[in-house]
Design a protein around this ligand. Structure first.
Ligand SMILES: [Zn+2]
Length: 154
């Protein structure tokens, strides 16, 4: 990394990172999100067009809730097979966002496409936190899900 790039990274972090939030080096084609797909993830997550589906989902979710997708830079998204053990929650879950590791982890089990997975739900946690789901925006997902799945889940 050249000094100029380090300065840019620090500047981005100063604007976009909460205290303790890790900044992953992400994929420019995914708004700076670092994508990890484990070997046990569903076939749609391993497919050649998985990035494209994720990109669309990230863009649609950000725009729907009034955020700039560029603000996703530094987030890590892990797509895995089995349900997720989420710190602070007792049982395994379909999805989890952990602030400190700045990581969304999503189970692909029983899900037929990326757009039907909890990715957009967990991305809203990335933007607003709110682990207890008290924000009214949690009740407004249906139109987003319908448009996502109608457009690209087949
Ligand atoms: Zn949630």
């Amino acid at each position: 990394m050249r000094p100029q790039q380090i300065a840019t990274a620090l500047l981005l972090c100063a604007m976009g990172c909460g205290p303790g939030r890790h900044h992953w080096l992400g994929d420019p084609d995914l708004f700076g999100v670092a994508l990890v797909v484990t070997e046990d993830a569903a076939p749609f997550a391993q497919a050649a067009d998985a990035c494209e589906h994720l990109r669309r989902t990230l863009l649609a979710t950000s725009v729907y809730f009034g955020f700039d997708p560029a603000d996703l830079a530094g987030l890590r998204i892990v797509l895995q097979g089995p349900p997720v053990q989420c710190s602070g929650f007792a049982g395994p879950l379909l999805g989890c966002y952990e602030w400190e590791s700045n990581t969304v982890t999503v189970s692909t089990r029983g899900v037929h496409c990326l757009e039907a997975s909890p990715v957009s739900h967990e991305v809203l946690h990335y933007f607003i936190g709110d682990p207890g789901h008290t924000d009214p925006r949690w009740t407004t997902f249906v139109p987003l899900w319908l448009s996502l799945q109608g457009a690209s889940c087949n």
